[in-house]
Design a protein around this ligand. Structure first.
Ligand code: FAD
Ligand code: AMP
Length: 469
């Protein structure tokens, strides 16, 4: 016996879940979403959107602080943190209203409550008021996402020790902070807080920050952090912390006898899949060795009729990957025999200052994969638009397959650090994923003066001829 029946039920209304729901509904399916908190998930409420919004506040602060260089007197910038948080919330609220409206228009049913798998294609919904429902569907999609990882000895209290879940609503910006973890999220927070006046120390266990990025790119960000007074310690283990008696701050111990005295600790050591309470074991759904829901290349779990998408599976933990997986699953449910996703070509964007964007092989990963490679690097210092902006830190690096004459053939990877590179990645992403050659791209015209010209110039150099650099 069930209370309602749908073609597809999605557990979790974040990017993975709502993409599946909207795309499925647009294809004529009757879709329901079970969401325990708010549709939009991590991305809209405590992830991509608030993080980028606060980084934009930091960019405005930098612009005002540097206005005199352009002959514009704006005075010393000052910060009203509560106004910063208000604007962030307004952006979230507007996007939430838009999302809720499209969900309604597509006639997707949203059940508030905690969803879990029941027997024979059912989903149990436990609402906050204690009531429950049993739903039935031919296809079920798990999209329960992820939560911040924590580390022993750093109990998250939302004041002295925070993760990304709490940082977006802290009542004041601390005068000093230790950011544990120099990955994408840690670097975005370090950059934002550092630019808004917090004295930031990044503590990263691995030999470099931004692991997975090209080394030249990571070096560019590190150099800029240093210039802006953001201290970075790499290859250090964090041992623990000793709060001051009045809890106005804490002393963090790391490395070989080193300490840093800060008002706040931001734990940014990655995210773990949220798999608890979903009834996975009873449903015959296996986890992989790292605790993610195990899926095949079409996001099918080990239980027939159940798929999993987004951060709960072991694919790049990005909202756009979740969108793509949500759409892939709907096409599989519809029997359209979709091609699996090519995660290797995923576009990556990190919005710290300077921004980072890349797709495809790094130089090292291309060599490791057995390619004979040739690379080209051009710097924003030589780009007119970047000079005009006064944002000349950064570079474009293109990795291509080396041809017999030494020139570049197929473009294997593009790596950028610099002004607005997250908005410049598009053509590089297409070049990598369309398997374009350097000659193909070099033959195209780039608009002048734009920062995207630098990508064109970098590729042009791989043909053995060049213009400016
Ligand atoms: P989530 O967004 O985590 O959504 C899961 C949803 O499921 C939640 O709403 C949750 O309440 C609900 N849920 C869970 N369990 C149940 C249950 N049992 N019943 C009912 N509901 C349930 N990605 C990018 O692409 N670009 C960025 O710039 C970016 N920046 C980020 C910045 C930060 C600070 C963080 C933390 C993340 C960022 N990400 C970014 C990552 C991105 O937010 C995630 O990859 C994305 O949200 C994953 O989507 P999802 O649908 O898998 O999971
Ligand atoms: P990401 O998964 O990209 O968000 O990055 C998380 C970063 O945190 C990685 O660079 C990890 O090496 C780093 N990290 C994880 N655990 C620790 C730790 N205990 N101390 C310092 N850095 C850590």
């Amino acid at each position: 016996m069930s209370d309602a029946q749908h073609d597809v039920i999605v557990i979790g209304g974040g990017p993975g879940g709502y993409a599946a729901a909207l795309y499925g509904a647009s294809a004529g399916l009757d879709v329901a979403v079970v969401e325990q908190h708010k549709v939009g998930g991590t991305c809209l409420h405590v992830g991509c959107i608030p993080a980028k919004e606060l980084l934009e506040a930091a960019a405005v602060y930098r612009t005002v602080a540097g206005a005199a260089e352009f002959g514009v007197s704006a005075g010393e910038p000052s910060l009203d943190w509560s106004a910063v948080l208000d604007r962030k919330q307004q952006v979230i609220d507007k996007m939430m209203a838009g999302l809720s409206s499209v969900i309604k228009q597509r006639k997707v049913t949203v059940y508030p409550g905690v969803g879990s798998l029941g027997p024979s294609g059912t989903v149990q919904v436990a609402a906050a008021d204690g009531s429950g429902l049993t739903l039935l569907a031919g296809s079920i999609i798990l999209a329960s996402g992820s939560v911040p990882r924590t580390i022993g000895g750093f109990d998250v209290d939302g004041e002295l020790v925070v993760t990304s879940d709490e940082l977006f609503s802290i009542s004041r910006l601390p005068a000093s902070a230790a950011v544990i973890g120099g990955g994408a999220i840690g670097c975005e927070f370090a950059s934002m807080m550092g630019d808004l006046g917090t004295e930031v120390t990044v503590l990263e266990a691995l030999p470099n920050i931004l692991t997975g990025c090209d080394t030249e790119v990571a070096k560019t960000v590190r150099r800029s952090f240093r210039k802006r007074g953001i201290e970075v310690h790499t290859g250090v283990t964090v041992h623990g912390h000793e709060p001051r008696p009045d809890r106005s701050g804490t002393v963090v111990s790391f490395g070989e006898g080193k300490q840093v005295d800060v008002e706040m600790v931001v734990v940014a050591v990655g995210r773990r899949p949220r798999t608890e309470g979903l009834g996975l074991e009873a449903a015959g759904i296996e986890l992989d060795g790292r605790g993610f829901v195990a899926v095949d290349d079409r996001c099918r779990t080990t239980a027939p009729g159940v798929w999993a998408v987004g951060d709960v599976v072991d694919s790049p933990q990005l909202a756009h990957t979740a969108f793509a997986e949500g759409m892939l699953v709907i096409r599989d449910i519809l029997g359209e025999d979709p091609n699996p996703l090519d995660y290797h070509g995923t576009p990556w964007c990190i919005y710290c200052h300077p921004e980072v964007a890349f797709a495809g092989h790094t130089e090292q990963s291309a060599v490791d994969a057995g390619f004979d490679v040739v690379t080209s690097i051009h710097r924003y210092m030589a780009n007119g638009r970047a000079q005009i902006l006064g944002e000349t830190d950064g570079l474009v690096k293109v990795v291509a397959e080396k041809q017999a004459d030494g020139t570049g053939g197929r473009i294997l990877g593009v790596h950028m650090a610099g002004p607005w590179v997250t908005e410049q990645l598009g053509q590089a992403y297409l070049a990598v994923n369309w398997e374009a050659t350097a000659a193909d791209v070099a033959g195209l015209i780039q608009p002048h003066p734009t920062m995207s010209e630098l990508f064109g110039e970098t590729v042009l150099s791989l043909t053995g001829r060049s213009l400016h650099g």
